[in-house]
Design a binder for this molecule. Structure first.
Ligand code: FAD
Length: 328
């Protein structure tokens, strides 16, 4: 069995129903590489192990542990069992998962089983003299805090899109088949699933590098098209405030904020959004924030890197025209 570095960071990579690595994988391995040696764990049907291990190597995994089980139709428990076995083998400095629905569930189950501390929704990772720490943006982005465990390796769920770090490709990662003893923990069984066909060619909101979001200031579902036009000119995902969602301009899945999606893009453009704390909670960690609002006192300007005081229906068409002219 392979030897693992003393600074190994065990990273659970999720897979899509189509059997590919989930889009969160690159960011997870990138973040892990900033604090240690990334060791990936993939729980998937054995037929896909070779391709998934190669894909994980491309994203910087130095070693890949693979696990197959007929129990792959069960939710969470098989992944917790596999993570537990991988933890025993690797003895990592930290365990890293995506802050996805599954990632959060698995992190909680695993940490409880091992009596380890969990740091959720991290927006950055680091090290102090005692080990790995996680950075968080809390209370609607009003405070940046750092969490560290009292003892043991930290189990961390990482918000998608928070790091651009991409480690060099590992052409031939060391691949090991993991031996897992099922715990017998009761698990919900997946009896069937349907893939929801998205009709959009735009990037997915969660994890997008660029987001253009619209608020109540757009005024109607028809006029919200302006947000989509700017998003398409920038190649961005579309988001919305809760007021825009509640007014029926766009579906709930577009909502950014405390009770919606948390995003951490390179660029966040807020159009006709006041910047309530519940909205900021989901976007304040964006690298660059641009706001267009006709009220110069709107709270969004307090966190914007670039702000335009003006009517979105005057400003945004000019911006789209300028972007199109630039593209030639
Ligand atoms: P408004 O606050 O009404 O702001 C509209 C803005 O548009 C104004 O600043 C106005 O000046 C500007 N405007 C109007 N017309 C124009 C124009 N033509 N050109 C330019 N600017 C214009 N909100 C979220 O977004 N996400 C959440 O997840 C969320 N969760 C919540 C959870 C709880 C428990 C609660 C209590 C609230 C939550 N909210 C959330 C709601 C939040 O408090 C705000 O009500 C909401 O974010 C406001 O949305 P808005 O900025 O679009 O609307």
């Amino acid at each position: 069995m392979a030897e693992f570095a003393s600074d190994a960071v065990l990273v659970l990579l999720e897979t899509t129903p189509a059997g590919d690595l989930a889009s969160s994988s690159a960011g997870l391995l990138g973040a892990a590489s900033t604090i240690g040696t990334p060791v990936a764990l993939v729980v998937a049907d054995a037929s896909g192990h070779d391709a998934l291990a190669a894909a994980a190597g491309k994203l910087g995994a130095v070693s890949v542990l693979v696990h197959h089980g007929d129990e792959a139709t069960e939710l969470i428990a098989p992944a917790v069992d596999a993570l537990d076995a991988a933890f025993e083998l690797v003895r990592p400095a930290a365990v890293l998962l995506s802050h996805s629905a599954d990632g959060r569930d698995i992190a909680g189950g695993f940490a409880a089983r091992r009596s380890l501390a969990v740091a959720v929704d991290a927006v950055g990772l680091g090290r102090d003299e005692e080990g790995v720490v996680a950075h968080h943006s809390v209370y609607g982005g009003a405070y940046n805090v750092t969490s560290a465990p009292t003892f043991g390796p930290l189990v961390i769920t990482l918000r998608q899109g928070v790091t651009e770090e991409r480690p060099p490709e590992v052409a031939a990662p060391a691949v090991s088949r993991l031996s897992v003893t099922p715990s017998g923990t009761r698990a919900a069984t997946i009896e069937s699933f349907e893939v929801a066909q998205g009709s959009s060619s735009r990037p997915e909101l969660r994890g997008a590098a660029k987001v253009v979001a619209g608020g109540r200031g757009l005024g109607s579902a028809e006029k919200f098209a302006l947000v989509e036009q700017l998003a398409d000119a920038l190649g961005a995902a579309v988001g919305a405030s809760r007021a825009a969602v509640d007014a029926g301009y766009v579906p709930y899945s577009y909502q950014v904020g405390q009770t919606g999606v948390s995003v951490s893009p390179q660029l966040y453009v807020a159009l006709g959004i006041s910047g309530a704390i519940q909205h900021r909670a989901g976007m304040q960690t964006a690298k660059t924030i641009v706001a267009v609002n006709k009220d110069s006192d709107a709270p969004i300007f307090a966190i914007a890197d670039f702000g335009v005081v003006g009517d979105v229906f005057t400003v945004v068409p000019q911006l789209i025209a300028a972007l199109k002219a630039k593209k030639g």
